[in-house]
Design a protein around this ligand. Sequence first.
Ligand code: GLC
Length: 457
Amino acid sequence: MKKIVVFCILCLSFFSLKAQQKKIWNETEQEKKERLAWWTNDRFGMFVHWGTYSLAGRHEKVKKNEKMTDEKYQKYFDNFNPDLYNPQEWAKLAKAAGMKYAVITTKHHEGFTLFDSEYTEYKVTNTPYGKDALKEWVEAFRAEGLKIGFYYSIIDWHHPDYTIDRIHPKAPKNEKQYKELNKGRDMGKYRKYLKNQVTEILTNYGKVDMLWMDFSFPGKHGKGKDDWDSVALMKLIRKLQPEIIVNDRLDIEEYEGGWDFTTPEQFKVNEWPTYNGEKIPWETCQTFSGSWGYYRDEMSWKNNKQLLVLLIETVSKGGNVLLNVGPTGRGEIDYRAESALLKMGDWMKYNSRSIYGCTQAPQDFEVPENSLFTYNEETKRLYIHLLDYPIQNFTLKGMKGKIKYIQFLHDASEIKITKPHGFGPGAGGGLGENDINLQLPVVKPNIEIPVIEIVLN
Ligand code: GLC
């Protein structure tokens, strides 16, 4: 009996220790909600991928894709001199598009830092450009009232202590070669470097609103939380910037406080993502044309409607969009990205009320064909986005008695509830007792995706 008691006590203390270990910091659900409030409200941000790979102009992973040696890759560093770099223009463009925050690559997988670091020579201040480009960026974006975020690659294809793994440009074909290549490389030193640089970016640039760490790939010849020392790293991050919002790529999903939101990349989710059965904050990161870094010859650009649908659909499932630009080696946002952003801005100018502060609509509202709902819980307004503009009759099922007022969002013109228009067999059919019919103008409003705003009772 005594033995059983001792065993139980041991078990209990083991599990409580385990539970404690899985906690990175103390915060209630409510506190987390408040910390994330600006971001869940804002919904739309700009991602910026800019580095020495921008000079190659054929993908941010060109070093790996073409298995370049450090020597071969060096030319992009030696020629990095973005004479047209004017982050004020980038910030104005982001704002014109309706974006409210922006996240920039302070260091990408190539290892080059856009900031002046004490811990490396492989940094922007040592290129012909010679200035701390990150500092200029932060000042410009803050001045436009945008929140600022830093992307930081935990992967590093330049650091001499970073071990060769399966996604490294030097990744070999067989086991023996891994051993040989990694002789003398010391991840312990790299972990220290990581912490030092993260400390620099979270100390030298004032308040940082977001941190985007990229990325873990556990498994054979991969890297995960132990390789990065993710738990200690995250504790450091929380200590340096207690209000910061951090993504989920450090491989510590099971730790409380180990991440704030999830990051579906380059695809549309079918439904609001969950973790342990709970809906979680999420942000999808997307490109205009497939690559993150500037890619001169890429032709798969999404059109205005696709981009708007992406944004609306994301909000209709409770998420955010982080839409990427890959500025050129001269420091300009590509004309195709600029025009896409301006077009989104045209729509946002009239319709952003259906985006900011909005989320998934209550599930008891039935969504009509070819449309997307968003909903503002505070103002109790429902937004119907008409993806394929109908002909006059527009039925809303089960909405009778729930509506105070209906208008188009873009021009605040009233939309009337009428009997369905039409004559002949079947006309007026299909309208149930609790359904209503809206009478829309025949001519589609001059808006890519018109929005109906319904003030609910
Ligand atoms: C992937 C890519 C990286 C890009 C990131 C953005 O992790 O490796 O190049 O920066 O996605 O989410």
